[in-house]
Design a protein around this ligand. Structure first.
Ligand code: ASP
Ligand code: MG
Length: 409
């Protein structure tokens, strides 16, 4: 007997037939003698619609009320899946975030999970009951509903798996695993059988949408065995594992792209201590995530330009924060561009292999693509380019790093 957390994404529960299909999959694990908790997302498209409605009402809205609205999608799917399971004769009960509870901090819209009390759930397991848990949502210190950020039900599932000491966390989705890059961009993308936590973390944070970044960080921290697999096919997916479990290491394992980036340049920022601290401190206080940062060396010792990237959904808020600092800092202007995309190549193999960045820059140059900003980490090189060149860049790099699937190259 094993204890398993199964998580199903939006397309897997996208209509009532699919929910019945999920119920059959869950029943199979129950019939095999396993203890099962199922975490579900909202039906595909639902959360987008809910987010759009809050934006239509107020562009800079109260995040507490945003959470009340967007958490509702998961309430529908847990109820429907519990009904579908009961219809198959499975003893199942739905749980909303606050009922378990999933305690979180108070950062509405991007809350972090603190403690999960699994006492009741363990008792129900002992009685043979399946728990159907709403992903994406929790309850904050003020007892108000919180949500975990887009894609957050992955994190709900991994956090629950950690709290329950589950043997596995299976993340069912509409693709059959993690690919070397987005198969919609190149048909030569390949499924990866095993990937390290670290690589998965970088790929997820650099734009690969298959797992929420926080879910991977949490899996790494707690050693949760995560598998990404298809809810529509019966075959093994991609295992996310420790580096030691991977025998043959590629230099570059995958290529991610993140189109939801915006570039902000502050022109004529005074060159004195404390300025960067004030700018990024204020952005952080407003929960604006900053990613790449470049500051030019000041030519005259008085002022310089500062360029950084934020998520495009944070651009309005970043402008608001920076406008508020204009008097205090005295920069000359803000220039922003939402038409940019970040491309990243990731692989633990690059720790011991020189020349990875060179290949990237030369490959892009050969296609006439201009690099606007560069950043690197131990296992990643990222560049910011104009969005129009995204597909061209990804395809060229996929070939350059030898990732193309055999046979059709
Ligand atoms: N329904 C939420 C979203 O679309 C959470 C999730 O699907 O993981 O972001
Ligand atoms: Mg997802």
């Amino acid at each position: 007997m094993a204890r398993i957390v199964m998580k199903f994404g939006g397309t897997s529960v996208g209509n009532t037939d699919r929910i019945k299909n999920v119920a059959r999959r869950v029943k199979a694990e129950v019939d095999a003698g396993n203890e099962v908790a199922v975490v579900v997302s909202a039906m595909s498209g639902t959360t987008n619609q809910l987010v759009a409605w809050t934006n239509e009402i107020a562009r800079l809205h109260d995040a507490r009320e945003y959470d009340v609205v967007v958490a509702s999608g998961e309430q529908v799917t847990v109820g429907l899946l519990a009904l579908a399971l009961q219809d198959l004769g499975v003893n199942a009960r739905s749980w909303l975030g606050w009922q378990i509870p999933f305690r979180t901090d108070g950062i509405h819209g991007k809350a972090r999970i603190g403690e999960i009390d699994t006492t009741v759930m363990r008792e129900r397991f002992a009685q043979g009951q399946v728990a159907v848990v709403a992903g994406f949502q929790g309850i904050g210190p003020d007892n108000r509903i919180t949500t975990l950020g887009r894609g957050g039900s992955d994190t709900s599932a991994v956090a629950l798996a950690a709290a329950l000491d589950a043997d596995r966390c299976d993340i069912y989705t509409d693709v059959d695993g993690v690919y070397t890059t987005d198969p919609r961009i190149t048909a030569k993308a390949r499924k990866i059988d095993r990937i390290t936590y670290e690589e998965m973390l970088e790929l997820a944070s650099q734009g690969a949408k298959v797992l929420q970044t926080r879910s991977v960080a949490m899996a790494m921290q707690h050693g949760v065995r995560v598998q990404v697999l298809s809810s529509f096919e019966d075959k093994p997916g991609t295992m996310v594992v420790d580096e030691g479990e991977i025998v043959e290491q590629q230099v570059v394992t995958g290529i991610a792209y993140s189109p939801d980036e915006a570039k902000v340049t502050l022109v004529g920022v005074p060159d004195r201590p404390g300025v960067a601290g004030a700018i990024f401190g204020s952005l952080a206080d407003s929960a604006v995530n900053v990613d790449m940062i470049v500051q030019n060396v000041s030519q005259d010792g008085k002022s310089t330009d500062l360029t950084f990237t934020v998520g495009s959904t944070d651009l309005d808020r970043a402008h608001q924060v920076l406008d508020g600092l204009k008097g205090e800092l005295g920069y000359s202007e803000i220039v922003s561009d939402a038409g940019v995309c970040k491309i990243s190549v990731v692989g633990v193999g690059m720790r011991s292999q020189p020349g990875v960045a060179k290949t990237m820059f030369q490959t892009l140059a050969a296609k006439g693509i201009n690099i606007q900003v560069i950043s690197t980490s131990e296992i990643k090189v990222s560049v910011l380019i104009a969005s129009d060149y995204t597909e061209l860049a990804v395809r060229a790099l996929h070939t350059a790093y030898g990732l193309d699937a055999d046979g059709d190259g």
